[in-house]
Write a protein that binds this ligand. Sequence first.
Ligand code: FEO
Length: 616
Amino acid sequence: MYCIKKVTDDLVWVGANDRRLAFFEGVYSVPAGVSYNSYLLLDEKTVLFDTVDKAVRQRFLENIEVALNGRKLDYLVVQHVEPDHSAVIPELIRRHPEIKIVCSARVLQFIKQFYDFDIDSRVRLVKENETLNTGKHNLQFIMAPMVHWPEVMMTYDSTAKILFSADAFGCFGALNGALFADEVDFAKDYMDETRRYYSNIVGKYGSQVESALEKTSALNIEMICPLHGFVWRSNLSEIVSKYMLWSKYEPEERGVMIAYASVYGNTENAAEILACRLRDKGIKTVIFDVSVTPASEIVSAAFKWSHLVFASTTYNAGIFVTMEALINDLAAHNIQNRRVAIIENGSWAPASGGLIREIMGKCENINILENNVSIQSGLKAAQLSDIEAIAEAVGKDFVSPAGTAQNNQAVPNTVDPITMFKLSYGLFVLTARDGNKDNGCIINTVMQITVSPVKITIGVNKANYTHDMILKTGKFNVSVLSEGVPFRVFQQFGFHSGKDTDKFAGSGEALRTSNGVRYLSEWVNGVISAEVKEAIDCGTHTLFIAEVNQAFPLSRDPSVTYQYYFDNIKPKPQPPKGNKKGFVCKICGYVHEGDTLPDDFICPLCKHGAADFERI
Ligand code: FEO
Protein backbone atom coordinates (compact mmCIF):
# COMPACT_ATOMS: atom_id res chain seq x y z
CA MET A 1 0.00 0.00 0.00
CA TYR A 2 1.26 3.49 -0.85
CA CYS A 3 2.51 5.83 1.87
CA ILE A 4 2.87 9.44 0.78
CA LYS A 5 2.95 12.78 2.60
CA LYS A 6 1.98 16.26 1.53
CA VAL A 7 4.84 18.75 1.63
CA THR A 8 2.97 21.73 0.16
CA ASP A 9 -0.26 22.03 -1.81
CA ASP A 10 1.42 20.77 -4.96
CA LEU A 11 4.47 18.91 -3.67
CA VAL A 12 4.30 15.34 -2.37
CA TRP A 13 6.90 13.25 -0.56
CA VAL A 14 6.94 9.87 -2.31
CA GLY A 15 10.01 8.41 -0.58
CA ALA A 16 10.29 5.52 1.85
CA ASN A 17 12.10 4.37 4.99
CA ASP A 18 14.45 1.43 5.43
CA ARG A 19 15.00 0.00 8.92
CA ARG A 20 16.57 -3.26 7.78
CA LEU A 21 19.75 -1.75 6.44
CA ALA A 22 22.68 -2.74 8.63
CA PHE A 23 25.31 -0.47 7.10
CA PHE A 24 24.66 2.60 4.98
CA GLU A 25 27.15 2.60 2.09
CA GLY A 26 28.33 -0.70 3.56
CA VAL A 27 30.16 1.05 6.40
CA TYR A 28 27.96 3.32 8.55
CA SER A 29 25.65 1.56 10.97
CA VAL A 30 22.12 2.94 10.91
CA PRO A 31 20.39 1.45 13.96
CA ALA A 32 17.48 3.87 13.60
CA GLY A 33 17.17 3.26 9.86
CA VAL A 34 17.36 5.78 7.06
CA SER A 35 14.91 7.52 4.75
CA TYR A 36 15.26 7.84 1.00
CA ASN A 37 13.41 10.99 0.03
CA SER A 38 11.91 11.69 -3.35
CA TYR A 39 9.52 14.55 -4.11
CA LEU A 40 6.86 14.85 -6.80
CA LEU A 41 5.84 18.34 -7.97
CA LEU A 42 2.33 18.40 -9.44
CA ASP A 43 2.48 21.56 -11.53
CA GLU A 44 1.18 21.95 -15.11
CA LYS A 45 4.07 19.58 -15.79
CA THR A 46 4.83 16.85 -13.29
CA VAL A 47 8.37 16.71 -11.93
CA LEU A 48 9.98 13.99 -9.83
CA PHE A 49 13.11 14.90 -7.87
CA ASP A 50 15.37 11.82 -7.74
CA THR A 51 14.38 8.24 -7.01
CA VAL A 52 15.26 5.89 -4.12
CA ASP A 53 17.34 2.90 -3.12
CA LYS A 54 16.39 -0.48 -4.58
CA ALA A 55 15.49 -1.71 -1.06
CA VAL A 56 12.35 0.47 -1.05
CA ARG A 57 11.66 0.33 -4.79
CA GLN A 58 8.19 -1.25 -4.56
CA ARG A 59 6.74 1.25 -2.10
CA PHE A 60 8.23 4.16 -4.06
CA LEU A 61 6.72 3.02 -7.37
CA GLU A 62 3.31 2.63 -5.73
CA ASN A 63 3.65 6.08 -4.17
CA ILE A 64 4.34 7.72 -7.52
CA GLU A 65 1.40 6.11 -9.26
CA VAL A 66 -0.97 7.20 -6.49
CA ALA A 67 0.42 10.74 -6.34
CA LEU A 68 0.27 11.09 -10.14
CA ASN A 69 -3.37 9.97 -10.06
CA GLY A 70 -3.37 9.07 -13.73
CA ARG A 71 -1.24 11.98 -14.94
CA LYS A 72 1.87 11.33 -16.98
CA LEU A 73 5.30 11.94 -15.56
CA ASP A 74 6.93 14.75 -17.52
CA TYR A 75 10.31 15.26 -15.87
CA LEU A 76 12.73 13.43 -13.62
CA VAL A 77 15.32 15.78 -12.15
CA VAL A 78 18.42 13.75 -11.26
CA GLN A 79 20.51 15.62 -8.72
CA HIS A 80 22.72 12.79 -7.50
CA VAL A 81 23.53 9.45 -9.13
CA GLU A 82 24.65 7.51 -6.06
CA PRO A 83 22.45 4.39 -6.29
CA ASP A 84 20.59 5.13 -3.05
CA HIS A 85 18.88 7.82 -5.15
CA SER A 86 19.12 6.51 -8.69
CA ALA A 87 18.61 2.73 -8.49
CA VAL A 88 15.00 2.91 -9.60
CA ILE A 89 15.55 5.16 -12.65
CA PRO A 90 15.63 2.25 -15.17
CA GLU A 91 12.34 0.85 -13.83
CA LEU A 92 10.81 4.31 -13.85
CA ILE A 93 11.78 4.71 -17.52
CA ARG A 94 10.12 1.39 -18.33
CA ARG A 95 6.91 2.56 -16.69
CA HIS A 96 7.04 6.14 -17.98
CA PRO A 97 8.90 6.05 -21.30
CA GLU A 98 7.70 9.60 -22.06
CA ILE A 99 9.76 11.05 -19.21
CA LYS A 100 12.44 13.67 -19.85
CA ILE A 101 15.49 13.41 -17.62
CA VAL A 102 16.76 16.81 -16.47
CA CYS A 103 20.37 16.70 -15.34
CA SER A 104 23.86 18.12 -15.73
CA ALA A 105 26.46 16.74 -18.12
CA ARG A 106 28.28 15.19 -15.18
CA VAL A 107 25.10 13.48 -13.98
CA LEU A 108 24.58 12.16 -17.51
CA GLN A 109 28.09 10.71 -17.51
CA PHE A 110 27.48 8.94 -14.18
CA ILE A 111 24.08 7.61 -15.26
CA LYS A 112 25.76 6.07 -18.30
CA GLN A 113 28.43 4.53 -16.06
CA PHE A 114 25.86 2.91 -13.77
CA TYR A 115 23.01 2.03 -16.15
CA ASP A 116 22.43 0.85 -19.72
CA PHE A 117 19.06 2.32 -20.72
CA ASP A 118 18.71 4.82 -23.57
CA ILE A 119 19.15 8.19 -21.94
CA ASP A 120 20.38 10.25 -24.89
CA SER A 121 16.92 10.38 -26.47
CA ARG A 122 15.26 11.71 -23.34
CA VAL A 123 17.87 13.86 -21.63
CA ARG A 124 17.58 17.60 -21.15
CA LEU A 125 20.96 18.92 -20.04
CA VAL A 126 21.08 21.93 -17.74
CA LYS A 127 23.93 24.15 -16.64
CA GLU A 128 24.57 26.30 -13.58
CA ASN A 129 21.64 28.68 -12.94
CA GLU A 130 19.71 27.46 -15.99
CA THR A 131 15.97 27.42 -15.33
CA LEU A 132 13.02 25.22 -16.21
CA ASN A 133 9.45 26.48 -16.06
CA THR A 134 6.88 23.84 -15.24
CA GLY A 135 3.77 26.04 -15.21
CA LYS A 136 3.51 27.98 -11.99
CA HIS A 137 6.92 26.92 -10.77
CA ASN A 138 10.31 28.04 -11.92
CA LEU A 139 13.20 25.68 -11.19
CA GLN A 140 16.78 26.92 -11.06
CA PHE A 141 19.67 24.45 -11.11
CA ILE A 142 22.69 24.95 -8.90
CA MET A 143 25.79 22.79 -9.18
CA ALA A 144 27.11 21.53 -5.83
CA PRO A 145 30.10 19.35 -6.73
CA MET A 146 31.42 17.06 -3.97
CA VAL A 147 28.37 17.51 -1.79
CA HIS A 148 28.69 14.58 -1.87
CA TRP A 149 29.84 13.31 -5.31
CA PRO A 150 31.25 15.41 -8.16
CA GLU A 151 28.04 15.41 -10.18
CA VAL A 152 25.73 16.68 -7.41
CA MET A 153 23.26 19.37 -8.36
CA MET A 154 20.68 21.19 -6.24
CA THR A 155 17.42 22.70 -7.47
CA TYR A 156 15.83 25.92 -6.27
CA ASP A 157 12.12 26.35 -6.83
CA SER A 158 11.97 30.15 -6.84
CA THR A 159 8.16 30.12 -6.91
CA ALA A 160 7.74 28.10 -3.72
CA LYS A 161 11.14 29.19 -2.30
CA ILE A 162 12.13 25.56 -1.81
CA LEU A 163 15.69 24.27 -2.06
CA PHE A 164 15.98 20.63 -3.10
CA SER A 165 19.37 20.13 -1.52
CA ALA A 166 20.38 16.58 -2.56
CA ASP A 167 22.46 14.98 0.23
CA ALA A 168 23.08 18.29 2.00
CA PHE A 169 21.17 18.89 5.24
CA GLY A 170 20.23 15.21 5.40
CA CYS A 171 20.50 12.85 8.34
CA PHE A 172 20.48 9.21 9.31
CA GLY A 173 17.33 7.84 10.90
CA ALA A 174 13.94 6.81 9.53
CA LEU A 175 11.24 9.47 9.62
CA ASN A 176 8.84 7.46 11.81
CA GLY A 177 5.70 9.13 10.54
CA ALA A 178 6.99 12.70 10.69
CA LEU A 179 8.25 14.60 7.66
CA PHE A 180 9.19 18.04 8.98
CA ALA A 181 12.07 18.72 11.37
CA ASP A 182 9.75 20.85 13.52
CA GLU A 183 7.57 17.80 14.21
CA VAL A 184 10.33 16.18 16.27
CA ASP A 185 12.77 17.28 18.96
CA PHE A 186 15.47 17.63 16.37
CA ALA A 187 18.23 19.02 18.58
CA LYS A 188 17.79 16.23 21.13
CA ASP A 189 16.92 13.26 18.93
CA TYR A 190 18.44 13.88 15.51
CA MET A 191 21.27 16.42 15.64
CA ASP A 192 23.86 13.79 16.59
CA GLU A 193 22.81 11.64 13.64
CA THR A 194 22.85 14.70 11.38
CA ARG A 195 26.43 15.43 12.45
CA ARG A 196 27.40 11.77 11.99
CA TYR A 197 25.87 11.85 8.53
CA TYR A 198 27.59 15.12 7.61
CA SER A 199 31.02 14.35 9.04
CA ASN A 200 31.27 10.88 7.56
CA ILE A 201 29.56 11.45 4.22
CA VAL A 202 30.70 14.94 3.21
CA GLY A 203 33.03 15.94 6.05
CA LYS A 204 36.05 15.64 3.78
CA TYR A 205 34.69 18.28 1.41
CA GLY A 206 34.36 21.30 3.69
CA SER A 207 35.45 23.88 1.12
CA GLN A 208 32.97 22.52 -1.44
CA VAL A 209 30.21 22.63 1.17
CA GLU A 210 31.19 26.25 1.90
CA SER A 211 30.89 27.06 -1.81
CA ALA A 212 27.42 25.51 -1.94
CA LEU A 213 26.40 27.46 1.18
CA GLU A 214 27.71 30.65 -0.39
CA LYS A 215 25.70 30.06 -3.57
CA THR A 216 22.49 29.22 -1.74
CA SER A 217 22.86 32.09 0.75
CA ALA A 218 21.85 34.45 -2.05
CA LEU A 219 18.49 32.67 -2.40
CA ASN A 220 15.35 33.37 -0.45
CA ILE A 221 14.80 29.87 0.93
CA GLU A 222 11.76 29.02 3.04
CA MET A 223 12.02 25.25 2.86
CA ILE A 224 14.79 22.69 2.42
CA CYS A 225 13.99 19.25 0.99
CA PRO A 226 16.99 16.90 1.37
CA LEU A 227 17.34 13.36 0.06
CA HIS A 228 17.61 11.86 3.55
CA GLY A 229 15.97 12.89 6.80
CA PHE A 230 13.57 15.69 7.54
CA VAL A 231 12.21 18.58 5.50
CA TRP A 232 13.02 21.99 7.01
CA ARG A 233 10.18 24.51 6.81
CA SER A 234 10.98 26.60 9.91
CA ASN A 235 14.04 27.61 11.89
CA LEU A 236 16.24 26.81 8.89
CA SER A 237 19.16 28.48 10.60
CA GLU A 238 19.30 25.60 13.10
CA ILE A 239 20.67 23.30 10.41
CA VAL A 240 22.37 25.91 8.21
CA SER A 241 24.38 27.30 11.13
CA LYS A 242 25.67 23.79 11.87
CA TYR A 243 26.76 23.37 8.27
CA MET A 244 28.56 26.71 8.46
CA LEU A 245 30.56 25.44 11.45
CA TRP A 246 31.17 21.93 10.14
CA SER A 247 32.26 23.06 6.69
CA LYS A 248 34.91 25.25 8.31
CA TYR A 249 35.92 22.43 10.67
CA GLU A 250 35.10 24.69 13.59
CA PRO A 251 34.16 22.83 16.80
CA GLU A 252 30.64 23.15 18.10
CA GLU A 253 31.52 22.72 21.74
CA ARG A 254 34.52 23.41 23.91
CA GLY A 255 35.49 20.24 25.66
CA VAL A 256 37.68 17.17 25.30
CA MET A 257 36.93 14.01 23.37
CA ILE A 258 39.10 11.14 24.58
CA ALA A 259 39.36 8.07 22.36
CA TYR A 260 41.35 5.13 23.68
CA ALA A 261 42.45 1.71 22.43
CA SER A 262 43.31 -0.61 25.30
CA VAL A 263 43.97 -4.35 25.29
CA TYR A 264 44.12 -5.09 29.04
CA GLY A 265 42.69 -1.89 30.51
CA ASN A 266 45.91 0.00 31.34
CA THR A 267 45.59 2.57 28.55
CA GLU A 268 41.92 2.90 29.42
CA ASN A 269 42.99 3.58 33.01
CA ALA A 270 45.20 6.49 31.88
CA ALA A 271 42.36 7.88 29.75
CA GLU A 272 39.95 7.69 32.71
CA ILE A 273 42.38 9.44 35.05
CA LEU A 274 42.95 12.23 32.50
CA ALA A 275 39.18 12.65 32.13
CA CYS A 276 38.86 12.99 35.93
CA ARG A 277 41.61 15.62 36.09
CA LEU A 278 39.94 17.58 33.25
CA ARG A 279 36.54 17.37 34.94
CA ASP A 280 38.19 18.60 38.15
CA LYS A 281 38.94 21.75 36.18
CA GLY A 282 35.34 22.03 35.02
CA ILE A 283 36.10 20.91 31.46
CA LYS A 284 33.53 18.78 29.62
CA THR A 285 34.75 15.34 28.57
CA VAL A 286 33.49 12.38 26.54
CA ILE A 287 35.28 9.04 26.28
CA PHE A 288 35.13 6.37 23.59
CA ASP A 289 36.65 2.90 23.48
CA VAL A 290 37.58 2.71 19.80
CA SER A 291 37.22 -1.08 19.86
CA VAL A 292 33.59 -0.77 20.94
CA THR A 293 32.16 2.44 19.50
CA PRO A 294 31.75 2.54 15.69
CA ALA A 295 34.35 4.79 14.08
CA SER A 296 31.64 6.92 12.44
CA GLU A 297 30.41 7.99 15.89
CA ILE A 298 33.91 8.96 16.98
CA VAL A 299 34.57 10.87 13.75
CA SER A 300 31.32 12.71 14.39
CA ALA A 301 32.36 13.51 17.98
CA ALA A 302 35.72 14.77 16.72
CA PHE A 303 33.81 17.25 14.52
CA LYS A 304 31.89 18.38 17.61
CA TRP A 305 34.55 18.87 20.31
CA SER A 306 37.38 21.39 20.42
CA HIS A 307 40.07 19.16 21.94
CA LEU A 308 40.96 15.57 21.08
CA VAL A 309 43.00 13.07 23.09
CA PHE A 310 44.14 9.79 21.56
CA ALA A 311 45.37 7.10 23.96
CA SER A 312 46.60 3.94 22.29
CA THR A 313 48.57 0.88 23.05
CA THR A 314 51.26 -0.22 20.61
CA TYR A 315 50.44 -3.27 18.52
CA ASN A 316 52.78 -5.11 16.12
CA ALA A 317 55.14 -2.13 16.45
CA GLY A 318 52.37 0.16 15.23
CA ILE A 319 49.18 1.83 16.43
CA PHE A 320 46.53 -0.55 17.79
CA VAL A 321 44.36 -1.63 14.85
CA THR A 322 41.10 0.11 15.74
CA MET A 323 42.92 3.30 16.74
CA GLU A 324 44.97 3.25 13.56
CA ALA A 325 41.74 2.97 11.55
CA LEU A 326 40.23 5.89 13.47
CA ILE A 327 43.28 8.15 13.08
CA ASN A 328 43.46 7.45 9.35
CA ASP A 329 39.70 7.97 9.09
CA LEU A 330 39.95 11.37 10.79
CA ALA A 331 42.84 12.41 8.55
CA ALA A 332 40.87 11.21 5.49
CA HIS A 333 37.91 13.30 6.63
CA ASN A 334 40.12 16.38 6.75
CA ILE A 335 39.82 17.04 10.48
CA GLN A 336 41.26 20.48 11.22
CA ASN A 337 41.50 23.24 13.82
CA ARG A 338 41.82 21.08 16.89
CA ARG A 339 44.15 20.85 19.89
CA VAL A 340 45.38 17.28 20.30
CA ALA A 341 47.07 15.35 23.12
CA ILE A 342 48.48 11.82 22.89
CA ILE A 343 49.00 9.02 25.40
CA GLU A 344 50.89 5.94 24.27
CA ASN A 345 51.43 2.52 25.81
CA GLY A 346 53.81 -0.29 24.87
CA SER A 347 55.22 -3.02 27.07
CA TRP A 348 58.53 -3.41 25.27
CA ALA A 349 58.66 -0.85 22.44
CA PRO A 350 56.13 2.00 22.79
CA ALA A 351 55.67 3.45 19.31
CA SER A 352 52.00 4.37 18.91
CA GLY A 353 52.38 7.96 20.15
CA GLY A 354 54.95 8.94 17.53
CA LEU A 355 52.94 7.31 14.77
CA ILE A 356 49.72 9.08 15.79
CA ARG A 357 51.65 12.36 15.99
CA GLU A 358 52.98 11.77 12.47
CA ILE A 359 49.52 11.22 10.94
CA MET A 360 47.69 13.94 12.87
CA GLY A 361 50.60 16.34 12.32
CA LYS A 362 49.85 16.31 8.60
CA CYS A 363 46.31 17.57 9.15
CA GLU A 364 45.68 21.28 8.79
CA ASN A 365 45.92 23.45 11.89
CA ILE A 366 46.19 20.56 14.33
CA ASN A 367 48.12 21.69 17.39
CA ILE A 368 49.60 18.68 19.18
CA LEU A 369 50.70 19.15 22.79
CA GLU A 370 54.38 18.46 23.41
CA ASN A 371 53.54 16.79 26.72
CA ASN A 372 54.15 13.11 26.31
CA VAL A 373 52.67 10.33 28.39
CA SER A 374 54.40 7.07 27.57
CA ILE A 375 53.31 4.08 29.60
CA GLN A 376 55.11 0.79 29.69
CA SER A 377 52.36 -1.70 30.54
CA GLY A 378 50.69 -0.08 33.58
CA LEU A 379 50.57 3.55 34.70
CA LYS A 380 52.86 4.20 37.72
CA ALA A 381 52.32 6.72 40.50
CA ALA A 382 55.28 8.75 39.27
CA GLN A 383 53.49 9.21 35.94
CA LEU A 384 50.39 10.80 37.42
CA SER A 385 52.19 14.12 37.10
CA ASP A 386 52.51 13.50 33.34
CA ILE A 387 48.74 13.05 33.13
CA GLU A 388 48.27 16.15 35.28
CA ALA A 389 50.59 18.06 32.93
CA ILE A 390 48.32 17.27 29.97
CA ALA A 391 45.28 18.32 32.00
CA GLU A 392 47.10 21.55 32.94
CA ALA A 393 48.11 22.31 29.37
CA VAL A 394 44.62 21.62 28.03
CA GLY A 395 43.08 23.49 30.96
CA LYS A 396 44.95 26.66 30.00
CA ASP A 397 42.83 26.80 26.82
CA PHE A 398 39.70 26.92 28.95
CA VAL A 399 40.72 29.78 31.23
CA SER A 400 39.30 33.17 30.28
CA PRO A 401 42.07 35.58 29.45
CA ALA A 402 42.72 38.04 32.22
CA GLY A 403 41.33 41.55 31.76
CA THR A 404 43.65 44.09 30.28
CA ALA A 405 43.27 46.46 33.23
CA GLN A 406 46.14 46.20 35.71
CA ASN A 407 44.75 44.70 38.87
CA ASN A 408 46.84 46.96 41.06
CA GLN A 409 46.04 50.08 39.12
CA ALA A 410 43.44 52.36 40.64
CA VAL A 411 40.49 52.96 38.30
CA PRO A 412 37.52 55.23 38.96
CA ASN A 413 34.64 53.43 40.64
CA THR A 414 32.08 55.12 38.37
CA VAL A 415 30.06 54.38 35.24
CA ASP A 416 31.48 56.49 32.45
CA PRO A 417 28.83 56.94 29.69
CA ILE A 418 31.53 57.52 27.08
CA THR A 419 32.94 54.08 27.87
CA MET A 420 29.53 52.58 27.18
CA PHE A 421 29.74 54.01 23.65
CA LYS A 422 32.82 51.85 23.08
CA LEU A 423 30.44 48.91 22.68
CA SER A 424 30.07 48.12 19.00
CA TYR A 425 26.35 48.75 18.54
CA GLY A 426 24.70 48.37 15.16
CA LEU A 427 21.51 50.00 13.91
CA PHE A 428 18.42 48.09 12.95
CA VAL A 429 14.82 48.62 11.96
CA LEU A 430 12.68 46.54 14.28
CA THR A 431 9.25 45.76 12.86
CA ALA A 432 6.11 44.14 14.26
CA ARG A 433 2.48 43.57 13.23
CA ASP A 434 -0.60 43.60 15.42
CA GLY A 435 -3.79 42.79 13.53
CA ASN A 436 -3.64 44.99 10.44
CA LYS A 437 -1.25 47.49 12.01
CA ASP A 438 2.37 47.45 10.82
CA ASN A 439 4.93 49.40 12.75
CA GLY A 440 8.65 49.76 13.25
CA CYS A 441 11.32 51.60 15.17
CA ILE A 442 15.08 51.98 15.27
CA ILE A 443 17.06 49.95 17.80
CA ASN A 444 20.76 49.48 18.35
CA THR A 445 20.88 46.35 20.49
CA VAL A 446 20.57 43.02 18.69
CA MET A 447 22.82 40.18 19.71
CA GLN A 448 23.01 36.49 18.88
CA ILE A 449 23.26 34.44 22.06
CA THR A 450 23.04 30.78 20.98
CA VAL A 451 23.67 28.80 17.80
CA SER A 452 21.50 25.73 18.31
CA PRO A 453 18.76 26.80 18.20
CA VAL A 454 19.66 30.27 16.99
CA LYS A 455 18.51 32.76 19.60
CA ILE A 456 18.93 36.51 19.73
CA THR A 457 18.25 39.25 22.22
CA ILE A 458 16.88 42.69 21.43
CA GLY A 459 16.60 45.60 23.84
CA VAL A 460 13.59 47.84 23.17
CA ASN A 461 12.60 51.07 24.88
CA LYS A 462 9.17 50.73 26.47
CA ALA A 463 8.20 54.13 25.05
CA ASN A 464 8.18 52.63 21.56
CA TYR A 465 4.83 51.46 20.25
CA THR A 466 6.67 48.58 18.53
CA HIS A 467 7.66 47.40 22.02
CA ASP A 468 4.02 46.96 23.02
CA MET A 469 3.19 45.19 19.77
CA ILE A 470 6.00 42.68 20.29
CA LEU A 471 5.00 42.16 23.89
CA LYS A 472 1.49 41.34 22.66
CA THR A 473 2.22 39.27 19.52
CA GLY A 474 5.61 37.73 20.37
CA LYS A 475 6.81 38.21 16.78
CA PHE A 476 9.21 40.64 15.17
CA ASN A 477 11.66 41.19 12.34
CA VAL A 478 15.05 42.82 12.43
CA SER A 479 16.17 44.52 9.19
CA VAL A 480 19.92 45.06 9.44
CA LEU A 481 20.73 48.50 8.05
CA SER A 482 23.69 48.75 5.71
CA GLU A 483 26.09 51.58 4.94
CA GLY A 484 24.57 54.07 2.53
CA VAL A 485 21.25 54.22 4.36
CA PRO A 486 20.01 57.83 4.26
CA PHE A 487 19.14 59.83 7.36
CA ARG A 488 15.49 59.92 6.33
CA VAL A 489 15.14 56.21 7.21
CA PHE A 490 16.09 57.10 10.79
CA GLN A 491 13.64 59.98 10.69
CA GLN A 492 10.93 57.74 9.26
CA PHE A 493 11.27 55.00 11.87
CA GLY A 494 12.95 56.74 14.76
CA PHE A 495 11.49 60.21 15.15
CA HIS A 496 7.74 59.59 15.21
CA SER A 497 5.45 57.35 17.15
CA GLY A 498 3.68 54.54 15.32
CA LYS A 499 0.65 55.28 17.48
CA ASP A 500 -0.26 58.28 15.34
CA THR A 501 1.66 57.71 12.10
CA ASP A 502 1.90 55.03 9.45
CA LYS A 503 5.63 54.53 9.33
CA PHE A 504 5.38 52.52 6.14
CA ALA A 505 3.40 55.16 4.24
CA GLY A 506 4.86 55.46 0.75
CA SER A 507 7.26 52.56 1.33
CA GLY A 508 6.13 50.63 -1.73
CA GLU A 509 5.52 46.91 -1.88
CA ALA A 510 4.70 45.34 1.50
CA LEU A 511 7.37 42.68 1.84
CA ARG A 512 6.70 40.21 4.63
CA THR A 513 8.50 37.23 6.12
CA SER A 514 6.64 33.99 6.82
CA ASN A 515 5.44 35.34 10.20
CA GLY A 516 3.49 38.06 8.37
CA VAL A 517 5.68 40.90 9.66
CA ARG A 518 7.02 43.50 7.24
CA TYR A 519 10.68 44.03 6.55
CA LEU A 520 12.75 46.57 4.67
CA SER A 521 14.54 45.57 1.49
CA GLU A 522 16.33 48.82 0.68
CA TRP A 523 19.55 49.76 2.53
CA VAL A 524 19.29 46.49 4.38
CA ASN A 525 21.83 43.66 4.09
CA GLY A 526 19.94 40.96 5.99
CA VAL A 527 16.63 40.17 7.62
CA ILE A 528 16.07 38.15 10.78
CA SER A 529 12.66 36.93 11.80
CA ALA A 530 12.14 35.71 15.36
CA GLU A 531 9.65 34.58 17.94
CA VAL A 532 9.85 35.79 21.54
CA LYS A 533 10.62 33.14 24.13
CA GLU A 534 11.18 35.37 27.13
CA ALA A 535 10.73 39.03 28.03
CA ILE A 536 12.81 40.50 30.84
CA ASP A 537 11.76 43.79 32.37
CA CYS A 538 14.84 46.03 32.58
CA GLY A 539 13.20 49.23 33.78
CA THR A 540 13.11 51.65 30.84
CA HIS A 541 13.61 48.80 28.37
CA THR A 542 12.49 45.23 27.86
CA LEU A 543 15.03 42.60 26.90
CA PHE A 544 13.41 40.10 24.55
CA ILE A 545 15.01 36.68 24.11
CA ALA A 546 13.77 35.21 20.86
CA GLU A 547 14.28 32.16 18.66
CA VAL A 548 15.15 32.89 15.04
CA ASN A 549 12.95 31.07 12.57
CA GLN A 550 13.98 32.80 9.35
CA ALA A 551 17.09 34.71 8.30
CA PHE A 552 18.24 35.66 4.85
CA PRO A 553 20.78 38.03 3.31
CA LEU A 554 19.84 40.86 0.96
CA SER A 555 23.19 42.35 0.05
CA ARG A 556 26.91 42.20 0.75
CA ASP A 557 27.07 45.83 1.93
CA PRO A 558 28.63 46.31 5.38
CA SER A 559 26.29 46.82 8.32
CA VAL A 560 25.92 50.30 9.79
CA THR A 561 27.56 50.62 13.17
CA TYR A 562 26.63 53.24 15.69
CA GLN A 563 29.96 54.93 15.05
CA TYR A 564 29.40 54.93 11.29
CA TYR A 565 26.02 56.56 11.84
CA PHE A 566 27.57 59.38 13.85
CA ASP A 567 30.48 59.85 11.46
CA ASN A 568 28.67 59.57 8.13
CA ILE A 569 24.88 59.70 8.34
CA LYS A 570 23.71 61.98 11.11
CA PRO A 571 23.64 65.62 9.86
CA LYS A 572 26.16 67.80 11.63
CA PRO A 573 24.36 70.09 14.10
CA GLN A 574 24.03 73.69 13.01
CA PRO A 575 24.67 76.36 15.66
CA PRO A 576 21.58 78.29 16.69
CA LYS A 577 21.14 81.48 14.73
CA GLY A 578 22.10 84.77 16.28
CA ASN A 579 24.56 83.47 18.83
CA LYS A 580 21.85 81.79 20.84
CA LYS A 581 22.91 79.21 23.36
CA GLY A 582 21.63 75.69 23.32
CA PHE A 583 22.07 71.94 23.48
CA VAL A 584 22.15 69.52 20.57
CA CYS A 585 20.84 65.96 20.61
CA LYS A 586 23.75 63.65 19.73
CA ILE A 587 21.33 61.09 18.35
CA CYS A 588 19.25 63.07 15.86
CA GLY A 589 20.72 66.58 15.80
CA TYR A 590 17.70 68.36 17.32
CA VAL A 591 18.71 71.65 18.90
CA HIS A 592 17.19 72.85 22.14
CA GLU A 593 17.83 76.54 22.58
CA GLY A 594 18.43 77.96 26.04
CA ASP A 595 20.95 78.24 28.83
CA THR A 596 19.89 75.10 30.62
CA LEU A 597 18.55 71.67 29.79
CA PRO A 598 16.26 70.06 32.38
CA ASP A 599 17.46 66.64 33.63
CA ASP A 600 14.19 65.05 32.54
CA PHE A 601 14.25 66.62 29.09
CA ILE A 602 13.19 64.24 26.29
CA CYS A 603 14.16 64.97 22.70
CA PRO A 604 10.91 65.70 20.84
CA LEU A 605 12.31 64.05 17.70
CA CYS A 606 14.05 60.86 18.73
CA LYS A 607 12.83 60.55 22.34
CA HIS A 608 16.33 60.23 23.80
CA GLY A 609 16.94 61.79 27.19
CA ALA A 610 19.05 64.70 28.42
CA ALA A 611 22.11 62.46 28.74
CA ASP A 612 22.26 62.31 24.94
CA PHE A 613 22.48 66.13 24.57
CA GLU A 614 25.62 68.20 24.54
CA ARG A 615 26.09 71.92 24.92
CA ILE A 616 26.76 73.79 21.68
FE1 FEO B 1 22.45 9.71 -0.20
FE2 FEO B 1 25.42 10.50 -1.57
O1 FEO B 1 23.82 9.57 -1.44
